[in-house]
Design a protein around this ligand. Structure first.
Ligand SMILES: [Zn+2]
Ligand SMILES: [Zn+2]
Length: 184
């Protein structure tokens, strides 16, 4: 079956306007129309009471088991704070060239750092993280260029320094990977 859609799955309550905006951004970057799916319940199975965080890889596994037949990629969006065991936290997770990705909004809000809300900054961070994680699923690894959206973010400062654009190498690679996918 031809893969025509990209699926967004809200995990817990996510603002509708944000999801609509992400749909437009994703279409613009990857050329696939988005479906915003029904909200998932909070994944209590992934909760780690010692860390008071959710184990990202477990949620990713559930997403991969849920995937729709005509879906090219699936991205989960959550307000929950995510971790993988080797890191204090993650902004998101995706396996290279796999179907699914997930991002957390928890640490993209200024309020998390004790600062006043800044919605435009928040949205720009969310867009960068969504583009970044989805691009991993389209086969790109991290990029050494700090301005490139494929540069790794270990702190919110890294996210703010990088742009929402690809460097010329990543841009070339993404376009060729997307073209190759469209032909299969
Ligand atoms: Zn990454
Ligand atoms: Zn790059």
């Amino acid at each position: 079956m031809k893969k025509k859609h990209l699926d967004i799955v809200p995990i817990g309550k996510i603002d509708d306007n944000l999801l609509q905006r992400l749909s437009v951004t994703i279409y613009h970057y990857f050329g696939y129309p988005c479906r915003v799916n029904e909200e998932w319940e909070s994944p209590s199975y992934a909760y780690n009471p010692d860390r008071k965080q959710y184990y990202s890889t477990m949620i990713l596994r559930e997403l991969c088991g849920w995937v729709k037949n005509d879906s090219v990629r699936t991205i989960g969006v959550t307000n929950l704070d995510l971790y993988i065991p080797i890191f204090t936290f993650v902004f998101g997770e995706a396996q290279l060239g796999s179907h699914c990705a997930i991002i957390s909004l928890a640490r993209l809000k200024q309020e998390f750092y004790g600062l006043p809300p800044d919605n435009e900054l928040f949205i720009s961070r969310v867009e960068k993280e969504v583009i970044h994680e989805l691009t991993h699923t389209f086969g790109l690894t991290h990029c050494g260029d700090v301005n490139c959206v494929m540069h790794a973010s270990h702190t919110i400062g890294d996210t703010d320094i990088k742009s929402d654009q690809f460097c010329k190498f990543c841009n070339y690679k993404l376009i060729s990977n997307l073209n190759e996918l469209a032909e299969t």
